[in-house]
Design a protein around this ligand. Structure first.
Ligand code: NAG
Ligand code: NAG
Ligand code: NAG
Ligand code: NAG
Ligand code: NAG
Ligand code: NAG
Length: 429
């Protein structure tokens, strides 16, 4: 009995030692020479996680004149030491395709001018809490395409000047409400292609004033707290198939939530552009301030009434294609400046067609029906249909601006019978 306890003690002590050793004693290996073309250096080969390369004064001589340094196509298990001690002028540091696994904070000794750090496309899975303690001047951080599953709560805290962060294509399952705390300059956050189920309602508490872009496409989001921001320019939430209800009270310049499982969307604030197409279960849409709405894309949804559109006087662009259960084309005659309109025509949606000629600015009209699709483009002489104008594909692209031509579409100019010109084919790849 006594013996057994004794053995256990020894065993525990040994495990403790082994861990300390792995963390503290990385073997420093000098980089003998650098294979660089201008400021891009390749073929650094330090694949062992127990070794750490370091840059000497001599080896960096030819890099003194550059403000950016790119390490490329290398194998660096650890980020090299003394890069910035020798090259303190560096503003941008890119470590691309280097199979990077670990970063110790000392690597950033001397990084006083470092403003952009790109570690995208490596093998980072764990970062220490203090990783960025010495990169206090950073404005842009790219950690995209790594294997991060979680982030230490305070990891970004020293980055008071950070404006853009890219965490896309990782395996983040959750994010703490404090992750972006005190980052008062942060404007753009990319969380695309992770495994996030929720965003804490306090997540952007310190970015309320000027968050301009949040992208969280292709996650597992089940909801978004309605008051998560008061104002945002671009909000991208597409491909969150678990997202059934979306109720936001913020002012939003552009909302994109296509290909989700949306059933109900309620937008209380001022919203200018709304893209909700390809949500086959979407049957409720409430926009409480339709008078400021400019762009609305609702193709392939299950909506049946869009009464609020009668007040959408600023509307420029409206896509109602493939809304099978829409009882009629909604009244949009107050939208005097409507430029683009797409809808599906069947026997039900005919009553309100009369209003079309009143829409004097309409220059793109797309009507889908059982047999195919017709596109009418106003010519430069302001006739409603394309007349004899010699349109070419370049001009078309200018006119259509945001509309991508379906690949199977042939554009027919409205011409006299017997006109020998062939139909125009644009957009086909
Ligand atoms: C961030 O890294 C990814 C992956 O390497 C890359 O595709 C992307 O262009 C980078 N973004 C910026 C702004 O450098
Ligand atoms: C973030 O990285 C992804 C790909 O890895 C890239 O497509 C995207 O443009 C980047 N976004 C920003 C804002 O850098
Ligand atoms: C569309 O709505 C109708 C009822 O309004 C419902 O019966 C149908 O299942 C819905 N379709 C989808 C794909 O959710
Ligand atoms: C339209 O409504 C009917 C019955 O209300 C439903 O069966 C059908 O699935 C709906 N169409 C779509 C595209 O959901
Ligand atoms: C439209 O009307 C035609 C004849 O008036 C009819 O044959 C056709 O089935 C109707 N289509 C629909 C979708 O109701
Ligand atoms: C959950 C759900 O109904 N999602 C649908 C949203 O719309 C897209 C495209 O129309 C469908 O593919 C999804 O299944």
């Amino acid at each position: 009995m006594l013996m057994l306890n004794y053995l256990n003690y020894i065993l525990i002590a040994l495990i403790g030692l082994a861990i300390c050793e792995a963390q503290e004693k990385l073997k420093e290996v000098a980089v003998q020479s650098l294979d660089c073309r201008e400021n891009t250096c390749m073929n650094l080969n330090f694949p062992s996680a127990l070794e750490i390369a370091y840059f000497s004064e001599k080896v960096t001589t030819n890099l003194r004149g550059y403000e950016s340094l790119i390490l490329h196509s290398s194998h660096l298990a650890n980020l090299p030491r003394k890069v910035f001690v020798n090259l303190p002028q560096i503003v941008e540091f890119d470590v691309l395709e280097c199979e990077l696994q670990q970063i110790e904070k000392e690597c950033f000794d001397g990084a006083e001018n470092l403003r952009r750090l790109n570690l995208g496309g490596n093998k980072l899975s764990v970062l220490n809490s203090d990783t960025f303690e010495l990169t206090t001047q950073l404005e842009e951080l790219n950690l995209s395409d790594n294997q991060l599953e979680e982030l230490p709560v305070k990891i970004f805290l020293p980055l008071k000047k950070l404006q853009k962060i890219n965490l896309s294509n990782n395996q983040l399952k959750s994010i703490s409400q404090f992750t972006f705390s005190q980052l008062g300059s942060l404007k753009s956050i990319n969380l695309d292609s992770n495994d996030l189920k929720e965003l804490p309602s306090e997540l952007f508490r310190d970015q309320q004033k000027h968050l301009s872009e949040l992208s969280a496409r292709s996650n597992q989001l089940e909801g978004i707290p309605s008051n998560i921001f008061s104002e945002i320019e671009h909000l991208f939430l597409s491909f969150n198939v678990q997202l059934k209800n979306l109720h936001l009270s913020s002012n939003i310049y552009q909302l994109e939530a296509t290909n989700c499982g949306l059933e109900s969307v309620k937008l209380d604030g001022r919203v200018i552009g709304v893209q909700l197409e390809d949500n086959l279960s979407l049957k409720e849409l409430k926009i409480f301030q339709p008078q400021v709405l400019k762009q609305l894309y609702l193709a392939n949804t299950n909506l049946s009434r869009l009464d609020f559109l009668s007040k959408a006087s600023e509307l420029v662009d409206l896509d109602l294609t493939g809304i099978e259960n829409l009882s009629d084309l909604p009244t949009i005659s107050s939208a005097k400046g409507l430029e683009r309109l797409s809808f599906t025509y069947d026997n039900m949606t005919s009553d309100h067609m009369d209003m079309l000629p009143q829409l004097k600015d309409l220059n793109y009209l797309e009507i889908s029906h059982e047999k195919g699709r017709e596109i009418y483009i106003k010519d430069l002489d302001e006739d409603f249909f394309v007349d004899e104008a010699e349109l070419d594909c370049g001009q078309l692209a200018d006119l259509l601006e945001f509309v991508e031509l379906p690949k199977d579409t042939t554009i027919l100019e409205d011409r006299l019978v017997g006109d020998p010109r062939l139909p125009l084919r644009c957009g086909a790849a």
